[in-house]
Design a protein around this ligand. Structure first.
Ligand code: SF4
Length: 454
């Protein structure tokens, strides 16, 4: 007799915040799918909606609360998770109807809450079918999260309170996940954590076996092994390292970049350059020789792109400190820079620091910072005109009235979401997302490049 299987309950997901939160959302959805749930792309079709929140800045909290409000209004059955989950009282005071509130990385709790809100219909085969991982990023790039939490205590940051001390994943598990992603079509891996250079410190860089050889839980071993991966087409996938603090061992990964085994790109969150401000910020790896090291890296790998972010208007930042930063940037010639005006975060030590910088001064410094960094970026990009560089395709457009097709991609100097794009004209109709092509650059502006397939 045929057994009727009840339709699987549907889960909607609103994922806010940084790439690390996105990886959490993917993990939760992968787990739920293995438990027999399916995904709903809209509020109406969902039996329950998960809102993965961000609570880093006050503006992010506002956005998270708005998203919870919208989900309640549109669907009514809402479970909150993520960084703001640590403020359950605040959420419940505003939205007493939320079904459950769980914190960041509480995968078990959030999955249990979904089971309670919308019990899974367990068909006889559901548990036997291996399910591919759910990915919320396009298939051609994937975030690879190597650790949670952080052992530092930067004055402006509450991540260690929200996410706890550094907890590194096993290196064999990370490499297995990377291998699986690449076999499934990922062409670009983005290694993320709160502090990639500190990977493995918490487990004393313990060794694990990988492909018959011992590998240490360490950034350089990880980078070396990731450089050995090959796509099904036998290409070297792009591997980008994010949130790298310039500890001495970072020098060891630069030759891998020069050899083409690791994408020549480093995302280093410098935040400032003035020793006074860095001290007040309590930043890790705050050392004077960074400019020399940058020069050394460029000698080994001239194409290395360095991206960073900077905060202006930190309490106590003087005009001299700010000018020091501008001079430092002129010397450092970073490829990509994100600028932020200091914003107090509830619970951060920096809030108690004296000499807050008035808003109008912050604004003025921010404008000056952007002027300098845009000028540097424009000059660096202009120097690429006439060169042929590899470009990964993110999107292929529709033919225009003349039948020409354009495509948007990124060079190795551009991480998705945060850096620039390469716009290609007259691409072949066969071009697909994830293809890596050689493109000749014919034009540049302050952020993006323009060209054609070589
Ligand atoms: S290194 Fe500093 S800014 Fe980064 S997560 Fe840790 S405490 Fe926060």
């Amino acid at each position: 007799m045929a057994q009727e299987i009840a339709p699987s309950p549907k889960v909607g997901m609103v994922s806010l915040g940084c790439p690390k939160a996105l990886v959490d959302s993917e993990r939760i959805l992968t787990r739920l799918r293995a438990d027999g749930y399916s995904m709903s792309a809209d509020y109406e079709g969902a039996d329950v909606v998960l809102v993965n929140t961000c609570g880093f800045l006050d503006s992010a909290k506002e956005e998270s609360l708005d998203a919870i409000g919208e989900a309640i209004a549109e669907n009514g059955r809402v479970i909150v998770t993520g960084c703001m989950g640590n403020e359950a009282e605040l959420i419940r005071a505003k939205y007493p109807d939320v079904l459950a509130v769980t914190g960041a990385h509480q995968y078990e709790q959030v999955v249990d809450a979904v089971h309670e809100a919308a019990p899974a219909a367990r068909g006889p085969f559901v548990d036997l079918v291996p399910q591919p991982d759910v990915k919320l990023t396009p298939r051609h790039y994937s975030y690879l999260k190597i650790s949670e939490g952080c052992n530092h205590s930067c004055a402006f940051c509450i991540i260690p309170d929200l996410r706890g001390k550094l907890a590194s994943r096993r290196i064999d598990a990370v490499l297995r996940e990377a291998e699986k992603l690449v076999a499934a079509g990922t062409k670009e891996l983005l290694v993320i954590s709160q502090d990639t250079s500190a990977y493995g410190v918490d487990v004393r860089h313990e060794e694990r076996m990988w492909k018959g050889q011992p590998v240490r839980t360490h950034m350089t071993d990880l980078a070396r092994e990731l450089g050995q991966l090959r796509t099904p087409q036998n290409e070297v996938p792009w591997v980008r390292l994010h949130y790298v603090y310039p500890y001495p061992h970072v020098d060891a990964v630069i030759p891998l970049m020069a050899e083409g085994l690791l994408t020549p790109y480093l995302d280093i969150p410098f935040q400032h350059a003035s020793p006074n401000v860095l001290r007040a910020m309590k930043r890790p790896a705050n050392e004077a020789k960074v400019l020399e090291r940058l020069k050394g890296w460029r000698d080994i790998c001239p194409d290395i792109a360095v991206r960073s972010s900077f905060v202006v208007g930190f309490p106590g930042e003087t005009e001299d400190d700010f000018r020091y930063l501008l001079d430092w940037l002129e010397e450092a010639q970073l490829d990509r820079v994100g600028g932020f005006r200091f914003e107090p975060v509830e619970g951060a030590q920096a809030n108690a620091l004296p000499n807050p910088v008035p808003e109008e001064v912050k604004e003025e410094r921010y404008t000056r910072l952007m002027e300098v960094t845009e000028r540097i970026s424009a000059a660096k990009l202009a120097a690429k005109v006439g060169r042929t560089v590899p470009v990964i395709i993110d999107e292929v457009g529709e033919p225009d009235e003349d039948g020409d097709i354009g495509a948007t991609g990124r060079s190795q100097a551009d991480a998705p979401e945060i850096d620039g794009s390469v716009f290609l004209r007259n691409v072949p109709a066969t071009l697909a997302q994830g293809d890596i092509v050689n493109a000749t650059i014919e034009e540049a502006d302050a952020h993006d490049l323009f060209g054609f397939i070589a």
